[in-house]
Design a protein around this ligand. Structure first.
Ligand SMILES: Nc1nc2c(ncn2[C@@H]2O[C@H](COP(=O)(O)OP(=O)(O)OP(=O)(O)O)[C@@H](O)[C@H]2O)c(=O)[nH]1
Ligand SMILES: [Mg+2]
Ligand SMILES: [Zn+2]
Length: 352
């Protein structure tokens, strides 16, 4: 089959993906991009090709080797069956809460993350920090988009609080019903660029995608009046094409973003604490009661917000727990079980 590989550039194809194919691959396979993820199937598009395929997992057994939205797959040119998942240049993932703690892939090959929140009760600093951590870990540029500026008396207050989260962080306040306020976002939606929109239900992700596409094709729904919460209107992850040739990924509102495998992202987003920690007297200082602790002294001097320190500790513990492999978890639980058993035995002995 012959096709013009340069045409794939509109879908975000670039040298990074091309370098993963040799000449035989180019003759035997067709690259396609996953543009929609539904419960039981994926929609993939390529040159003159648009079809639905069953979920695909590559054979290496890795937890993250399941095709997700934004991924590039190679289809067999003859049978059109998926054969290979190409390496990603970025990946967002989270750990499901609950006992299974399954890994959930959110999106792959994203260039820019719009972290969407609104200027109302949804605005939440700890949540924004979580999104910043996954962006940082994936090496994706984050932009905080504060929607519904038209409904707030002082949207700048929200923007000011968000800007304090990271030096140089980009924060935009918008009214998605007024295209003029969206002008600063257009450079991120240029040809071949992929932007993912993440945020809670009802913050206006789909409204923003509609406005940036100058369309109204995605369904949106008013939020609840009493608590500003959304109604989970969007139920699948889907890429849309903007008039300038960019790709926008609309996603369902997230109830929870449990972090996993984000040690680097945490270090980067909380670099202020990490830099302070380098000045503690002890290398392994835990910033609790140790003498000459630069972190605690910064809190005392009012240079570091005690709440930020608390949030960092919480995320660090969560990340360690969620990133532990299944084998490590079983080993830890086994050791704990043994300890409890021994303690009980000793107690019984004492009781005699
Ligand atoms: N006034 C105003 N209303 C907005 C703005 N952005 C979104 N809305 C409204 O907020 C409501 C929720 O918007 P959606 O776009 O459905 O929210 P969503 O984030 O896609 O929600 P889910 O699909 O449930 O995750 C709709 O009634 C929108 O019209 C805005 O900037 N200003
Ligand atoms: Mg939506
Ligand atoms: Zn310390």
């Amino acid at each position: 089959m012959t096709y013009k590989i340069s045409e794939l550039a509109n879908l975000g194809w670039n040298a990074f993906f091309l370098s993963q194919l040799d000449t035989t691959d180019l003759n035997s396979f067709i690259p396609v991009k996953v543009i929609e993820v539904h419960r039981n199937n994926l929609r993939v598009v390529g040159i003159s090709l648009d079809r639905t395929i069953p979920p695909f997992r590559s054979g290496d057994g890795e937890e993250s080797s399941v095709a997700t939205v934004g991924d590039w797959l190679l289809l067999d040119a003859k049978t059109l069956k998926p054969n290979r998942l190409l390496l990603r240049n970025s990946l967002f993932k989270r750990r499901a809460s609950g006992t299974g703690r399954k890994l959930q892939l959110i999106a792959a090959n994203v260039d820019t993350l719009f972290i969407v929140s609104s200027c109302n009760q949804d605005f939440n600093i700890p949540r924004l920090e979580r999104y910043l951590v996954i962006a940082s870990e994936a090496n994706v540029t984050p932009i905080i988009i504060l929607t519904k500026s038209d409904l707030s008396e002082d949207p700048e207050n929200f923007a000011h609080a968000a800007r304090k989260l990271q030096p140089g962080l980009l924060v935009e306040t918008v009214n998605s019903h007024d295209p003029n306020t969206l002008e600063p976002l257009t450079p991120w939606c240029a040809k071949g660029q992929t932007v993912a929109l993440l945020g809670s239900s009802g913050v206006g992700k789909s409204t923003l995608v509609n406005s940036l596409m100058k369309s109204s094709k995605i369904a949106t729904q008013a939020i609840r009046e009493d608590d500003d919460k959304g109604r989970h209107t969007t139920t699948s992850r889907k890429l849309y094409f903007t008039p300038q040739g960019g790709l926008l990924l609309d996603t369902p509102g997230m109830r929870e973003l449990q972090l996993t495998d984000v040690a680097t992202g945490l270090d980067e987003v909380f670099s202020d604490i990490r830099e302070l920690a380098e000045q503690c007297r002890f290398k392994n200082c835990e910033h609790n009661t140790e003498p000459d602790c630069a972190v605690l002294s910064a809190v005392d001097k009012g240079e570091l917000d005690a709440n930020r320190l608390k949030r960092w500790r919480k995320l660090l513990a969560e990340e360690a727990y969620n990133s532990e492999s299944l084998a490590e978890r079983h080993e830890r639980e086994r050791a704990f079980g043994k300890m409890v058993k021994n303690a009980k035995k000793q107690k019984q002995r004492k009781d005699f």
